[in-house]
Design a protein around this ligand. Structure first.
Ligand code: FES
Ligand code: FES
Length: 192
């Protein structure tokens, strides 16, 4: 007998907004979010290995390529687009920007959301705990050192941060803000 269920109605919160979408039962959360314009949710390996598609579902970091959209019924979903408050970046985004932890940015949204989930449950993680969480988010560009420093800096755990931060700031002033604008947009999810 043919499956006669073609569409189902899904209600959930995305970045604090209530959404109701018609979906197919087999739609993946990754596909749905990108279809709806949340391009900060990146399509990487689609096998649960790279972490580029990470979003928070009820505060927990999940690989959206491994989750059916239907499983998010009634859930609170946070994508990287929902992290900044207007023009004010989240401390994690600010630290990534300050410490030069963003290069191409493909992994960055997922990385920051994984870090947020960690800090929400453990506001004073050790470097080892940060590294363990970040291991689920592959980065081809940065070698992890800067993202790990940025996460620790975001919770004020590196004394060096303030000094480093001011020297990074001076460099930013010297070269102008063009790069920062580009990076800031990447930190908010960027485009496709
Ligand atoms: S795209 Fe989901 S883990 Fe790689
Ligand atoms: S910044 Fe390019 S993959 Fe991480």
């Amino acid at each position: 007998m043919k499956n006669i269920i073609k569409k189902i109605e899904l209600r959930l919160q995305v970045n604090g907004e209530t959404k109701q979408w018609s979906i197919a039962p087999g739609d993946l959360l990754l596909d749905l979010l990108r279809r709806e314009g949340y391009y900060g949710v990146k399509r990487g390996c689609e096998k649960g290995e790279c972490g580029a598609c990470t979003v928070l579902v009820n505060g927990k970091a999940v690989n959206s390529c491994l989750m059916f959209a239907a499983q998010a019924e009634g859930a609170d979903v946070l994508t990287i687009e929902g992290l900044a408050q207007g023009d004010v970046l989240h401390p994690l985004q600010e630290a990534f920007l300050e410490l030069g932890a963003v290069q191409c940015g493909f992994c960055t949204g997922g990385m920051i959301l994984s870090a947020k989930a960690l800090l929400d449950r453990n506001p004073r993680p050790t470097e080892e705990e940060v590294r363990e969480v970040m291991a689920g988010n592959y980065c081809r560009c940065t070698g992890y050192q800067k993202p790990v420093e940025a996460v620790l800096a975001a919770v004020g755990q590196t004394i060096a941060f303030r000094g480093l931060s001011s020297s990074v700031r001076e460099a930013r002033v010297k070269r102008g803000k063009t790069d920062d604008k580009k990076r800031s947009s990447v930190l908010r999810g960027g485009k496709r």
